[in-house]
Design a protein around this ligand. Structure first.
Ligand code: ARG
Length: 407
């Protein structure tokens, strides 16, 4: 029977990843919430076959229904291109887990409805950001379903969870936890409490340290059409391009991100990410925008991009304002087409060349070598432009006279 204050659930769909949190939740739903049926929903967002296989293995003996939803294409072909167009970055973090949590929640809500569930459950703790992302998405997309969060409700610490896992006979991986998506991997999120220490280089999957046997420099060309990456050298397809760049740029020490992050609750945490493909594609996209958008568009879009990242980080992917910003961003990308060439080497992704038939750069006017317009026409323009400085200078002079000490 459920404990005091905990209402029982009947048929519950659990967002399952195979990690310690969601694995412990299976048993807690049965024991603490008297769930009659727990349906595990595993959403594939590109965490890799090994991780999915491990998650399946972990529950192989249990009499439960496990439904796998393939959301890889949706993530790579619909979500990531929006993030690229928005230069999606929250203080340097490319929002990988922020996005996938909301994609997972959306799919879990959908399956839960199809399966006639009365509740959805997820394994967030009460300390992190993911609880907000799940809750916002669940309540927005499936308002009739109850949302159950066993780890938070029962105030479980990681040590408490480990004890429970042992008690339930569940296996779990020791060591630092991670959250892997093709757009980035979050390592030890909120777990790294020693700010002075680097994490072990062996924790990285794509990122390689610069060392004597480091891979040599490589040059890649990224083609964009209306703000969307369509080709990296001869590789096409979002998934394929991202896979290739995670490998090629990761080998050249690119995409290691170590930041102090301001979480949704206002708590700071040390976050370590590896995101080689995102680093390269975002660098290239930003550069192409600088070539194809006007000064005013760039300045305004920077504000829109910040608002976009903020909404996505704070769990509002499905918010109407986010859709409105997406509409602006899509319109802004109409002329963001062309090719950016980048050199990747020893942790640097440096722009080596740009080409676009939508470029606003005009060497015939700007070139100091050519006669383009009569420079003397600029005198009146510069003089009137300087009015502000003229008035400020005048005031400074008047004050200097007033305040001048008597001799
Ligand atoms: N700090 C990042 C974010 O809030 C990463 C979170 C990763 N989540 C996790 N449970 N490992 O989006």
């Amino acid at each position: 029977m459920p404990k005091d204050g905990i209402t029982p659930v009947n048929r519950v769909a659990l967002a399952y990843s195979g990690g310690l949190d969601s694995t412990v939740c299976i048993k807690l739903l049965e024991r603490e919430y008297a769930a009659k049926e727990v349906i595990l929903i595993m959403v594939d967002v590109g965490q890799g076959e090994a991780s999915l296989a491990e998650a399946r293995e972990r529950v192989a003996g249990l009499p439960l229904q496990l439904i796998t939803v393939d959301a890889r294409r949706e993530f790579t072909d619909e979500w990531i291109p929006r993030a690229v167009a928005a230069n999606g970055s929250y203080g340097g973090y490319p929002l990988s887990s922020s996005m996938t949590r909301q994609l997972i929640a959306a799919r879990v809500a959908e399956v839960a409805r199809e399966q006639g569930c009365d509740a959805v459950a997820e394994g967030s703790t009460g300390k992190g950001n993911d609880q907000f992302r799940f809750h916002n998405t669940f309540t927005l997309l499936a308002p009739e379903l109850r949302v159950v969060t066993p780890i938070r409700d029962l105030n479980l610490s990681r040590a408490g969870e480990r004890r429970l896992a042992q008690e339930f006979g569940l296996t779990y991986k020791e060591g630092i936890s991670d959250d892997k998506t093709c757009w980035g991997r979050a390592i030890g999120s909120g777990e790294i409490e020693d700010l002075e220490q680097d994490i072990d280089v062996n924790e990285y999957e794509w990122w390689h340290p610069v060392s004597a046997d480091a891979a040599g420099p490589v040059r890649v060309t990224v083609e964009f059409r209306e703000g969307r990456p369509v080709r990296v050298d001869d590789v096409k397809g979002m998934n394929e391009m991202i896979g290739m760049l995670n490998e090629v740029a990761g080998r050249r020490s690119i995409g290691r991100i170590d930041v102090v992050e301001d979480g949704i609750m206002g708590l700071k945490s040390r976050e370590v990410y590896e995101a080689p493909a995102a680093s390269v594609l975002l660098t290239a996209h930003r550069d192409l925008e600088r070539l194809c958008l006007t000064k005013r568009e760039l300045a305004f879009k920077a504000q829109v991009d910040t608002a976009w990242a903020d909404l996505v980080y704070h769990g509002h992917w499905h918010h109407p304002l986010k859709a409105q910003l997406d509409a602006f961003i899509a319109e802004s990308q109409r002329h963001v087409s062309g090719e950016i060439t980048i050199d990747l080497h020893c942790g640097n992704a440096v722009i080596a060349g740009r080409r676009s038939d939508q470029s606003l750069f005009d060497p015939t006017v700007r070139s100091v070598e050519r006669d383009s317009f009569d420079q003397s026409d600029m005198s009146a323009v510069v003089e009137t432009y300087a009015f502000e400085s003229v008035f400020l200078g005048g005031r400074n002079r008047r004050q200097a006279v007033i305040q001048a000490p008597e001799i």
